[in-house]
Design a protein around this ligand. Structure first.
Ligand SMILES: [Ca+2]
Length: 317
């Protein structure tokens, strides 16, 4: 894990997130309400998230380079200028929200990464940045999701329906299981099958409804959940799945991540919906925390969560 130019935070006992590596003269704090599974963020995190929002449409400005441009063919790059995480990250046996965990979040005020890159060059850079992440294996990935990453005070919540299940292990697959936001039948195989950045807990029936349909905006509803997830047909009559509003941006950023890391194209109609959702449902503290927790397990972040403007620099995923 890099520290230095970025802030690192310690999630201390009682869920207090504190800055351990300032350097930008600003301080982040967040306090987790122990009785409720929600985050109350300080105004500084609010200001950071607000900045992410305000970045939409703003011109880029002078920024320090945080990664190399793609090298010419045959070039063997030397070691990076700043120390990087080892290719095999340290094991992370503790729950993501337990005491003493260290993870990174982008420093408030720190400009986005991947300076100056757009389209194919940006896709290549995003692919390269994730190339050495650790393949956890599917069983370990599911165990992490249900017992640590998405287990909050003993309960796991379906991202499509909001249904909660109390569990301390991988549940019966007919009750709650693991959603591959990028479907296995469309290429989420091998290491991609176990990549936590696009895996979420889901109610098994809702997962069956989604099946491997593309995401889109439902006009004619065939199935829906109380939380607002829908299966049906879009304006062109295609069968599509629409997540509930609070998960739409998470889906979009997971799909952008998957497309760039694993070299899969997103169909145009689906991409249009995802880009819209990326703006509508912007990154919140919980999504940022999950991104940092996943980095502990598999050694890479989802850059589309760290920089909400990144997707706008790729015209065609
Ligand atoms: Ca969201």
């Amino acid at each position: 894990m890099r520290v230095g130019p970025r802030h690192a935070h310690v999630l201390g006992s009682g869920g207090v997130l504190r800055t351990i590596n300032g350097g930008h003269g600003r301080r982040l704090t967040a306090h987790r309400a122990p009785a409720r599974n929600s985050w109350r963020t300080s105004t500084t995190i609010g200001a950071y998230l607000g900045r992410c929002r305000s970045n939409f449409g703003e011109p880029t400005h002078a920024r320090p380079l945080d990664r190399r441009h793609r090298p010419p063919p045959g070039h063997r790059p030397g070691p990076p200028a700043e120390p990087r995480r080892a290719s095999t990250p340290a094991p992370a046996p503790r729950p993501a929200q337990g005491g003493g965990d260290v993870f990174e979040t982008p420093a408030p005020g720190k400009p986005p990464r991947f300076e100056g890159l757009t389209d194919k060059a940006l896709i290549q850079a995003l692919h390269d940045a994730a190339a050495k992440h650790k393949d956890l294996g599917y069983n370990q990935a599911r165990k992490i999701i249900f017992t640590e990453l998405d287990n909050h005070e003993g309960k796991v919540k379906c991202v499509y329906t909001g249904r909660e299940l109390r569990t301390d292990k991988i549940p019966n697959a007919s009750d709650m299981n693991t959603e591959h936001t990028w479907p296995q039948s469309k290429g989420a195989t091998g290491a991609a099958k176990s990549d936590l950045h696009h895996l979420f807990p889901t109610d098994s029936k809702a997962n069956s409804q989604r099946s491997s349909y593309p995401f889109g905006e439902v006009q004619k509803v065939k199935w829906s959940s109380p939380s607002g997830a829908k299966l049906g047909t879009d304006a062109e009559g295609r069968t599509v799945f629409e997540p509930p509003p609070e998960h739409k941006g998470n889906v979009a950023r997971a799909m952008f991540y998957f497309s760039t890391v694993y070299g899969k194209a997103i169909p145009a109609a689906e991409e249009a919906a995802l880009k819209k959702w990326n703006v509508q449902d912007q990154v919140d503290a919980a999504e940022l925390t999950r991104n940092g927790a996943i980095e502990k397990y598999q050694g890479n972040r989802n850059p589309f969560v760290d920089d909400a403007t990144l997707a706008q620099r790729i015209a065609d995923f």
